[in-house]
Write a protein of this length. Structure first.
Length: 553
């Protein structure tokens, strides 16, 4: 009797629970479907309508995906029953999964289109590989040079009596070559591209996005080694470290990572380097000993830009020209190459990431500055702008050097859905007029500057190689996916260093896309410019460097 009564008394509760569960189940599934549907609609909108280029598509997608993941976790944790025991065990399972993830996966940064990169935690970091390399006997520098105090300037005591590093026509003394146009001008640079090159050396390097300069038997680059921003000299054919110059500074940010962004410039046996935080150094190229040092952002009273100073110093006559982007006439600054004293400054616009470039346009020598606002020609006498073309995008990122087509035409391109244009200049006395002959969307050169050959231009348009006709800007072909890599030209071929670290050889022909060779060169995210000097191909990224000997014809 008692048992029967208990069953009768419990039946209404049990029925209510079952009724509640039966009502909650379908609603819970509908809620999950609604969450996924809303996220899908938002993603479709981002990829097809709202975001104009891949970088913005990925950036807008990340918060949507994160919100979707959080919503699903909450749906799974709190749904399917209101019992605290059920919720508790689901939270414990989620916590275990999170701890396993944190213990096994390491965030490594972002690709050029902002897709996150990860690696296993048990694999050595780039810094650990570098530390092991530097600890080996073969990696000990012949000269280890620390920085002079800020503000010290000093010329060489007797330059004529000291050994000198002479630059020849076959050397690669600065960023993108002697003319900063990414073209190898050595007439002996004729190679059998169908033959695989011979690897001479490879080893870890410090973080950084600059390239190599090569003069004689030496090659120079900039690296972040722990808390020290260094200029490093290696033997070109062996990779053996010759000397290293230290600066006790470090720039780091989560998107592009740590390290200097510029490439050293070699001139008159001296090396000129610009660090990520704006430290401009003049060093003896043979020994690494300091000659003078300036802080260009401090001089210009300017703030650093989001991804740091990246414009490799330009030498014209006695001037070392940089682009700190200060106001009140401090946008572009020239220092004396021997003493570091200021020669002139001009312009007021925010800096960007392109290196200064020298050009003679309409019989006037000038320095071209592609800053955050647009492209300008500055006087070499006083630094004042001669002309200006406004050409910008949302993040104010102009990261490539303009290509000089003739004495009144320039080719430019920018990422973030901006595209490219043929810039035309005209002049009436002291009055300059600037216009665009044509613009084209399919020339979104985010990191790489264009290569010009026989009336056609080549570049990586949002990760894909494109060929343009310079007469009208029409696309001849678009093919070959290389990520946000870099290119240079050797005769009739284009050397592509892809974002994943492979090297490809592409014919510089408007007729069709033709890839004649591709091989893995280095590992890791690669935004650095390749170098071909004599028969050497040098490549690097933020983790390792390698040198290959090309097969001559």
């Amino acid at each position: 009797m008692s048992s029967h009564a208990e069953q009768e008394s419990s039946s209404p509760t049990t029925s209510a629970a079952l009724s509640d569960s039966s009502r909650w189940g379908p609603f819970r599934l509908k809620l999950l479907g609604t969450i996924i549907l809303v996220a899908s609609v938002l993603e479709i909108g981002v990829w097809n309508a709202f975001a104009p280029d891949r970088t913005q598509q990925v950036m807008f997608s990340l918060p949507i995906i994160s919100a979707l993941a959080l919503a699903i976790v909450l749906w799974w944790s709190l749904g399917g029953g209101r019992s605290w025991d059920r919720i508790k065990w689901r939270v414990i399972v989620e916590l275990v999964i999170f701890l396993v993830y944190r213990g096994t996966v390491r965030f490594e940064g972002f690709e050029g289109d902002m897709i996150p990169q990860f690696s296993w935690r048990w694999t050595p970091t780039a810094q650990e590989k570098l530390s092991a390399f530097l600890a080996s006997n073969s990696a000990q520098p012949a000269t280890d040079v620390s920085s002079k105090p800020v503000g010290d300037t000093k010329t060489a005591t007797d330059p004529a009596a000291e050994p000198r590093l002479e630059i020849s026509d076959t050397d690669w003394p600065g960023f993108r070559g002697p003319q900063r146009d990414g073209s190898v001008t050595d007439p002996a640079a004729k190679f059998d591209w169908s033959a695989a090159p011979q690897e001479l050396w490879r080893h870890p390097v410090g973080a950084g996005w600059g390239s190599f300069s090569v003069v004689g038997s030496l090659t120079f680059t900039q690296e972040q080694r722990g808390e020290s921003e260094d200029v490093v000299c290696y033997e070109a054919e062996t990779g053996k470290q010759v000397w290293v110059h230290h600066e006790a500074v470090k720039f780091d940010e989560p998107m592009a990572g740590p390290g200097p962004r510029a490439t050293p410039t070699i001139h008159d046996s001296k090396l000129y380097s610009l660090g990520a935080t704006g430290l401009l150094n003049c060093l003896d190229a043979l020994t690494g000993k300091p000659i003078w040092r300036r802080e260009i952002l401090k001089d210009a009273n300017a703030k650093n830009i989001d991804w740091a100073m990246a414009g490799s110093p330009l030498i014209v006559g006695d001037a070392v020209i940089v682009n700190p982007g200060g106001k009140d006439g401090w946008g572009v600054v020239a220092y004396h190459r021997l003493t570091g004293e200021k020669l002139w400054s001009g312009g007021n616009d925010q800096a960007s990431y392109a290196a200064p470039k020298f050009a003679t346009l309409l019989e006037t020598q000038q320095v071209l500055i592609f800053d955050g606002i647009g492209l300008a020609g500055h006087s070499l006498v006083d630094g004042k702008p001669l002309w200006k073309l406004e050409w910008s995008n949302g993040p104010k990122v102009n990261a490539i050097e303009p290509a000089v087509i003739d004495d009144q035409s320039l080719l430019i391109g920018s990422g973030y859905d901006r595209g490219g244009a043929l810039v035309k200049l005209a002049r009436d006395g002291e009055q300059w007029k600037v216009s665009t002959a044509w613009t084209v969307k399919q020339f979104r050169l985010k990191f790489n500057a264009p290569i010009v050959r026989d009336g056609f231009a080549y570049g990586l348009d949002e990760r894909v190689m494109v060929c343009l006709d310079l007469r009208d800007g029409k696309v001849k072909w678009r093919n070959g996916r290389y990520g946000y890599g870099q290119i240079l030209r050797v005769g009739d071929e284009i050397v592509v260093l892809s974002e994943e670290g492979s090297v490809a050889i592409v014919k510089a022909s408007p007729e069709r896309f033709e890839e004649v060779l591709k091989f893995p060169a280095i590992t890791g995210k690669t935004w650095n410019h390749p170098v071909v000097c004599r028969d050497l191909l040098l490549v690097r990224n933020g983790e390792e460097a390698a040198c290959f000997r090309l097969v001559r014809k």
